[in-house]
Design a protein around this ligand. Structure first.
Ligand code: FES
Length: 109
């Protein structure tokens, strides 16, 4: 069973923007971005040494961690510097303009 949480209105994240959200009761902060109209959600915590990716540099589908420069693909979660690291991703859905993220039970692999 999924834990679907509403995080914002879809128009709150314009193309190219990266925003962070905290969900009450959920310890993992969420990063949501808009890549040319496609919404992507991941953990906002770098799996290398647990630094926030919200101050990272985004270019296309890639985000670069501000701490050590590891780069992650926001669509696949893959790390280009260490194949053992993977950025958790979450399914996004839009219902009546509200953006929802599935945090449990539907993690994308
Ligand atoms: S903490 Fe992100 S690359 Fe090291």
């Amino acid at each position: 069973m999924a834990l679907r949480v509403r995080v914002c209105r879809s128009e709150d994240i314009q193309p190219g923007e990266v925003k962070g959200f905290s969900v009450p009761g959920i310890t993992v902060p969420i990063l949501v971005t808009n890549v040319d109209g496609a919404y992507l959600a991941t953990s906002s915590i770098c799996p290398h040494e647990h630094v926030s990716l919200l101050r990272g540099r985004r270019s296309g589908l890639k985000i670069t961690c501000p701490a050590h420069g590891y780069q992650f693909d926001l669509a696949t979660g893959a790390c280009s510097h260490d194949p053992a690291l993977n950025l958790p991703r979450y399914r996004v859905s839009i219902v009546d303009g509200d953006l929802y993220v599935d945090l449990i039970g539907s993690l994308l692999s």
